[in-house]
Design a protein around this ligand. Sequence first.
Ligand code: FO1
Length: 325
Amino acid sequence: MILALAGGVGAAKLLAGMVRVVQPSTLTVVANTGDDMVLHGLHISPDLDTLLYTLAGLNNAETGWGVANETWSVMDSLEKLGGQTWFRLGDVDLATHLYRTQRMTEGASLSEVTAELFERHHVLARVVPMSDSPVRTRVTVSGTTSGDGWFGTGGEEVEFQEYFVRLAHRATVSALRFDGAETASPAPGVLDAIAAADQIVVCPSNPLVSIGPILAVPGIKDALIARRDDVIAVSPIVGGRALKGPADHMMAELGHQPSSLGVARLYSDWVATLVVDERDAHLRSEIEDEGLACIVTDTVMTDVDVAARVCSQITATRDGDAVLR
Ligand code: FO1
């Protein structure tokens, strides 16, 4: 059984390849829920939904989030009413949030609703939230942002999606907090899956705000440290840049080197192997000096075939019986 730790778009791309390399039923994914928010009274779980749509083959490949061929009637009408439309919720996507919110209002847990949604979409991989209790990433931003003075200077704490979407992550990050983490517990099955996994794959997600919240749930990081030898991560930074999203400048703004070496340093106490792109081959010896093995390959997943090849290389590093191809 392969266990993957996943955030948003980069993770979904890798896992779309993974399900071509291993039997989907042998894949368990622990997903970040730090991006979740309640908007229009709806519980929205962006990383869970990005994984849902991608593994169901429904995702909008251009944006990486939401569904392909989406329609926007509700957003258009909401706009006319003067409602909040900065966070784009398409008509099909809204059904997911309506269903999740109704089921949770009936008392279902996020894990239960997630299982129902993945089952309805005939996705065989098992995707679970990191926790059933709310853990919300809060970003302290400083400096004026999109020029409209929406922010004064000086630190102001905002919800993750305000930072990521409304400010288009243009603000300077001075602190991160995972609100609710201290009282959260891992979702059912998470710790068992970490203990039982033949291999644990850390997807190329933002180390700070996609993987960070997962590690912040009490018990999860210790469980991963105990499995360090079997944990392999794909660096989300290539040539000092994030392929998508703010990981590089967020790492720099919070005092980490925005490079695969910076990722190695962030992960060194619980990850034994780091997969980096060929453009970062020159970092291999410094990454090894941090105590991690380093695999150099083409990690830029321009299509699902590349993702599948990277996953073949990852699963081939596992000892033990061969994984079904
Ligand atoms: N990202 C944006 O940049 N703009 C949006 O309007 C937007 C809407 C949205 C709706 C549903 C959903 O599941 C994701 C959405 N995202 C949007 C992506 C979201 O911000 C995720 O948190 C990122 O993909 C990072 O994980």
